[in-house]
Design a protein around this ligand. Structure first.
Ligand SMILES: [Zn+2]
Ligand SMILES: [Zn+2]
Length: 136
């Protein structure tokens, strides 16, 4: 068993998260929250904004902004407090050790909507910055 194969629990409900196939993504059947590996998040973003294909190698996503309020969720992987981050206008939680993001119900859809909207407007400052940080 690899590290990623062990069971992970929802930081909100405590129930076991369900892994999506063999992907680095998990979801909670109770609160509909989702846990995504950075690579999975990038894949999801590229589905809605394929013109933002990376040019270089990958590194960690740099935090684009931080909330000031303290709402530290425990990381489902390592139980350390997650770092609040602000992505595409949505408040998220990230564990820097495991490189995973926690999305409350609907938040992932919101981020993807913003990505798509900004792509359509051909105006995507945060997404462009995200990819610059990721692959620059
Ligand atoms: Zn839950
Ligand atoms: Zn962690």
């Amino acid at each position: 068993m690899t590290y990623r194969d062990r069971s992970v629990s929802c930081p909100r409900c405590g129930v076991e998260l369900i892994r999506k196939d063999a992907r680095e993504a998990w979801s909670c059947v109770k609160c509909k929250g989702a846990l995504l590996d950075v690579g999975e998040l990038v894949r999801e973003l590229l589905l809605v904004a394929p013109d933002l294909l990376p040019e270089g190698g990958t590194s960690g996503i740099t935090t684009l902004g931080r909330r000031t309020v303290a709402r530290a969720l425990a990381c489902p992987m390592c139980a350390a407090p997650m770092e609040p981050v602000f992505l595409g206008g949505v408040d998220l939680d990230r564990c820097y050790d495991d490189n995973v993001f926690w999305f409350d119900a609907g938040e992932l859809g919101l981020v993807l909507e913003v990505a798509q909207g900004q792509r359509e407007e051909r105006h995507k400052p945060w997404l462009a910055r995200l990819f610059e940080n990721l692959f620059g």
